[in-house]
Design a protein. Structure first.
Lengths: 296, 308
């Protein structure tokens, strides 16, 4: 398999040679590559398709090894809203993801701008510090932060997840800085010559040009919050009213058993928004991921 | 002159203020407290009592710690390379597909969007020993499928499969790197008669080496904090089936095989309430993570460099 995967296509130069054997080989390689790709597509899609099928079964059939619903039950998606705390979880998740994203962007953009486009003492040190923060496993500071929030009686709520967004996010700053570096400084200089202060330069000139970068950073933050599990587990698990989707997903049970059809319906609902957003914002997304990479 | 400079510094400070406060309150302060707490003994209800290095000594004979370190090391050694090799393989495949590359790229990327908790639930269900479709399928072609998440030997490999499925973000990074290799290099090599494997080994691989380093370092950091999937897999596979409060009871299922370092840290801190010891574990984690980060920072020029 690896050999076929690593096959590099014939270069145009070689194509010009009227060598028939080579041509046949190339066609075989072409077929091999596409076959592998198609098998991989099936493997990548199966879990999601299976999940969707499961969510349309009766709760009894979901316990069997069937993968095709005997009878279709799209009403599971209504049921999961009516008979489980899902609406509450969903509301909490949206609340967390939206406020955190907006606040994080607002607090991170100025810092990213200063790091990318202004000169000041300790600039490099600060950037390295931000990389350190970014790389820090959250578990390292978990206990002291938990105690800090507990002191202010804010555990058991979403506040410990939202308040930090007011003070920038290392990854967001990093990503935005990388993007802002790609904006030519001449535009900024022109604005400054026209008498704009730094804040006005940022708001009037840089912001409109940085839209793709801001979109990418915003998407990442939104997705991070939406998927976040460790944070909500740490701070909200003691109060079910503050649970997010990730915490509540597997908790739909009757007295006798877990309603897997409802669990999977909720799971599908948890990932659907992300996939929809992705299809609308694919370009910003891919560009953003590329920005996080190493510039070699 | 000084007034102008003061004003300029104040302006810069106004840009940086939120981030500086954030770093102080959510990084520096808790890090320093963690060092202090790691030298004390206390729980949620008591006051920290100074015990010196006792917590660190305790780490020497903590069988659960040993197990969790082993599990995390296993993940570092297997999970990280598997994901890097997988991502390089996929991006090579994608760059060589003439038809439908966009479609394939989107499909390979999609799983990376699925919330880890949801993906884990799906995988545990997919790989269920008795009723899961994967073992069902394997049975049909004459293979006796393993117990996957219910087997101490297969639980971690199952997590690797899950990680490979959600490989999209890493793949995109490698794809950009592979596409960035100048076409002229390949052409020259083709003239020299190099075959595909040769061209990959002597041109592609050296060109994307910085990206591999980046992926290795961030991969190790990611593995050091690997929590969600291990926690949820243990809970769902054990039949406890919750992702909310009380999940820590099924941490490590089966037989501690998915007990990663962060799970043990969480258990010590929030289940046993041994907060002093938990902070010692946290500091140990910090030291390791910091050393790994230093490898990247030594390359900080490439990392922070202006657009090339």
């Amino acid at each position: 398999m690896t050999a076929a995967v690593l096959e590099v296509p014939s270069e145009p130069l070689l194509d010009k040679r009227p060598d028939r054997r080579l041509k046949r080989q190339n066609r075989l390689a072409w077929i091999a590559r596409h076959s592998i790709a198609i098998v991989l597509v099936i493997m990548f899609l199966t879990p999601v398709v299976y999940l969707v099928l499961l969510s349309l079964m009766t709760s009894n059939q979901a316990l069997t090894s069937d993968y095709w619903p005997n009878t279709w039950h799209p009403e599971n998606y209504v049921k999961v809203f009516q008979s489980t705390p899902l609406p509450r979880y969903l509301l909490n998740t949206v609340l967390y993801a939206v406020t955190s994203t907006v606040l994080t962007l607002a607090s991170s953009i100025p810092a990213a701008y200063a790091l990318a486009k202004l000169k000041f003492r300790g600039q490099n040190a600060l950037f390295l510090l931000i990389i350190c923060v970014m790389m820090l496993p959250p578990q390292v500071v978990t206990v002291p932060l938990y105690l800090m929030w507990a002191r202010y009686h804010l555990t058991g709520s979403l506040w410990p997840l939202i308040i930090p967004a007011l003070f920038g996010d290392a990854f967001c700053i990093f990503l935005l800085r990388q993007f802002l570096l790609t904006i030519p400084s001449e535009y900024l200089d022109a604005a400054r010559v026209d008498g704009c202060g730094e804040w006005r330069t940022l708001l009037r000139v840089v912001l409109p040009m940085a839209k793709p970068g801001i979109a990418a950073a915003g998407l990442f933050q939104f997705f991070f919050c939406w998927n976040d599990y460790y944070g909500p587990l740490l701070y909200t698990s003691e109060n079910e009213k503050a649970w997010t989707l990730t915490l509540g997903l597997a908790s739909f049970r009757t007295v006798h058993h877990v309603d897997w059809n409802l669990v999977t319906a909720a799971t599908v609902l948890a990932m659907a928004p992300l996939i929809i957003i992705f299809f609308f914002a694919q370009r910003a997304f891919v560009q953003g991921i590329t920005l996080t990479g190493f510039k070699g | 002159m000084t007034a102008v400079r003061l004003r300029r510094n104040l302006t810069i400070l106004s840009f940086l203020a939120p981030a500086l406060i954030g770093i102080a309150v959510f990084f520096v302060y808790p890090l320093i407290s963690a060092v202090y707490f790691s030298l004390t003994k206390f729980d949620l209800l008591s006051v920290p009592e100074w015990v010196g290095l006792d917590n660190y000594k305790r780490m020497a004979d903590d069988p659960f710690l040993l197990q969790s370190v082993r599990n995390t090391l296993w993940m570092v050694v297997v999970f990280v390379p598997a994901r890097i090799i997988g991502a390089i393989g996929l991006s090579m495949l994608l760059t060589n597909l003439r038809r439908g590359a966009g479609f394939f790229r989107t499909v390979f990327y999609l799983p990376a969007l699925v919330p880890p908790v949801a993906a884990t639930i799906a995988f545990v269900y997919l790989l269920k020993p008795g009723t899961g479709p994967v073992n069902h399928f394997l049975e049909k072609i004459g293979i006796d499928g393993p117990l996957w998440f219910n087997s101490p030997a297969w639980a971690k490999p199952s997590l690797v499969l899950l990680g490979l499925w959600a490989i999209g973000d890493l793949m995109v990074i490698f794809l950009a790197a592979v596409l960035g290799v100048p076409e002229s290099l390949y052409e020259a090599a083709s003239l020299d008669g190099a075959n595909a494997w040769h061209r990959f080994k002597s041109i592609t691989l050296p060109s994307i080496r910085p990206v591999i380093l980046f992926a290795a370092v961030t991969g190790v950091i990611y593995t050091l904090q690997y929590f969600d999937q291990a926690a949820v897999a243990g809970s769902i596979a054990s039949g406890q089936a919750t992702t909310g409060a009380g999940i820590s009871q099924s941490f490590g299922y089966p037989e501690g095989s998915t007990f990663t370092y962060p799970l043990w840290l969480y258990t010590v801190g929030f289940r046993y309430n041994a907060l002093g010891y938990a902070n010692a574990l946290a500091i140990a984690l910090f030291v390791v993570a910091f050393i790994v980060t230093l490898i990247l920072l030594r390359r900080a020029k490439a990392f922070s460099g202006e657009e090339s």
